[in-house]
Design a binder for this molecule. Structure first.
Ligand code: PMP
Length: 461
């Protein structure tokens, strides 16, 4: 077979892709016939495809390329580390400098006494660690039965058997024999879709109190932890009403339930603080991290745990670990990424410059005829599509039909924006400039107008 390169015709690359490559979260049969879009390079906030199109990536890859594409410093850090020590493990009484340096840096950045890091290769693995970690923690304290983890419907915590069980995605639970036992799901704080006649504030409290009801029902001595994303990402960028998080924190404190904040998306500046927990005002006992930790340049994630958990776990041999826990190249890349985030004041750029500008424009989208609520926290945002704003009506078509039409129009206008059902979401690189935001909005508005015309033409509205 000849060498496969960026310079091959798109159709040939697509044919090889269809023949041999199985895509995640895809129906590979139809995708193979249609042909996947081939991305060849990227710089800043723009991707280039094999047809030479320049695409504005309003999703930062999969919510991860926080510092933007094409930073040579990260490539140099990886090359340096590969030459010096490409791999060594951290099992068997051994450590290495990149893992030490990254763990120490994360302890410095993380709030409170979150001072100890267990590394993984991504968010799913880290959440699997968390399941075993919290159950082992309570067992070590003499409460082996305190092993139920409460999560939320429509949460996303990963794709491994454990993390997908924690997640609350119906479509995922329908395949492959999950959830594992002793995971319990309560309702999500999605006021737009499920708030009924309640005000957002009443609804936020009601949904938080479902945690208390679940604990009372299951038994305080049975519930180990509650896990949640500070802002639900893959579920559709669902921003909880303001009353929600203080009540969740109160309940976790009252019943001695560990609080796990899944910061895989919200961490590393996405919400305008280093961590989403700071934005929503909670004090987690464990944080799951990945994605923005390396800006996606290398696969790395982890669990940051507080002093008490680390001490209790430290009393026993924790029979858990991954070949790539603390991988030296990934750790070196993550450290360089954190240096750039810090020295270039990218979190401050989000908080003081980019997010306020984006917010003002994003919220104005609620005036568009297709749009109901427009929600935004830092640099993650969503719009709910509706045929009638006042009644928060859903479209009569199969859920996701309208979202898909809009998403396709975005793709056609060289804008990567995702749809979750009939919500559209963005999570752009944090280094987006004000003129990038203007450009993004031109494409968003054009796409929404075109989608509206399609929807009317197809009699869907
Ligand atoms: N948690 C959250 C909140 C996520 O958004 C994701 C990925 N989208 C994960 C966990 C899983 O991370 P990974 O894909 O790196 O395993």
């Amino acid at each position: 077979m000849s060498t496969i390169t960026n310079h091959m015709p798109t159709a040939e690359l697509q044919a090889l892709d269809a023949a041999h490559h199985m895509h995640p979260f895809s129906a590979n049969g139809p995708l193979g016939k249609e042909g996947a879009r081939v991305i060849t390079r990227a710089k800043g906030v723009y991707l280039t495809d094999s047809e030479g199109e320049e695409i504005l990536d309003a999703m930062a890859g999969l919510w991860c390329v926080n510092i933007g594409y094409g930073r040579d410093e990260l490539a140099d850090a990886a090359a340096r580390q590969m030459r010096e020590l490409p791999y060594y493990n951290t099992f068997f009484k051994t450590t290495h400098v990149p893992a030490i340096a990254l763990a120490a840096k994360l302890a410095e950045l993380a709030p409170g006494d979150l001072n100890h890091v267990f590394f993984a290769a991504g968010g799913s693995e880290a959440n699997d660690t968390n399941i075993r970690l919290v159950r082992t923690y309570w067992a070590e304290k003499g409460h082996a039965d305190k092993n139920i983890i409460i999560s939320r419907k429509n949460a996303y915590h990963g794709s491994s058997v454990g993390s997908a069980s924690l997640g609350g995605m119906v479509g995922m639970h329908a395949q492959g024999g999950i959830p594992i036992p002793n995971i319990h799901h309560i309702n999500q704080p999605n006021w737009w879709a499920e708030g009924g006649d309640m005000t957002p504030e009443e609804f936020g409290l009601a949904r938080a109190r479902e945690l208390e009801e679940a604990i009372q029902e299951l038994g305080e001595d049975r519930v180990a932890a509650f896990i949640a994303e500070p802002v639900q990402g893959a579920g559709g960028v669902i921003v909880a009403p303001e009353t929600y998080w203080p009540e969740i924190q109160r309940i976790c404190d009252k019943y001695d339930i560990l609080l796990i904040a899944d910061e895989v998306i919200c961490g590393f500046g996405r919400t305008g603080n280093w961590f989403g927990s700071q934005t929503v005002g909670i004090r987690p006992d464990i944080m799951t991290i990945a994605k923005g930790l390396s800006s996606g340049y290398a696969p790395i994630g982890g669990s940051i745990v507080n002093d008490e958990i680390a001490e209790v776990i430290g009393n026993t041999e924790f029979n858990h670990g991954y070949t790539y826990s603390g991988h030296p190249v990934a750790a070196a890349v993550a450290l360089e990424n954190l240096r750039i985030l810090e020295e270039e004041k990218i979190v401050e750029h989000v908080r003081d410059v980019a997010a306020p500008y984006l917010k003002q424009k994003w919220e104005a989208l609620a005036d568009h005829p297709l749009v109901g609520e427009a929600k935004i926290v830092g640099m993650m945002a969503s719009i709910a599509l509706t045929p009638d704003k006042a009644s928060r009506a859903k479209f009569a078509s199969e859920p996701g039909t309208i979202g898909y039409i809009c998403r396709d129009r975005c793709f056609g206008n060289n804008l990567i924006m995702r749809h979750v059902g009939d919500r559209l979401i963005i999570s752009p690189p944090l280094v987006l400039t004000l003129s990038d935001i203007d450009e993004m909005f031109e494409r968003i508005l054009k796409s929404l107008d075109e989608a509206q015309a399609d929807i009317i033409e197809q009699g869907l509205m």
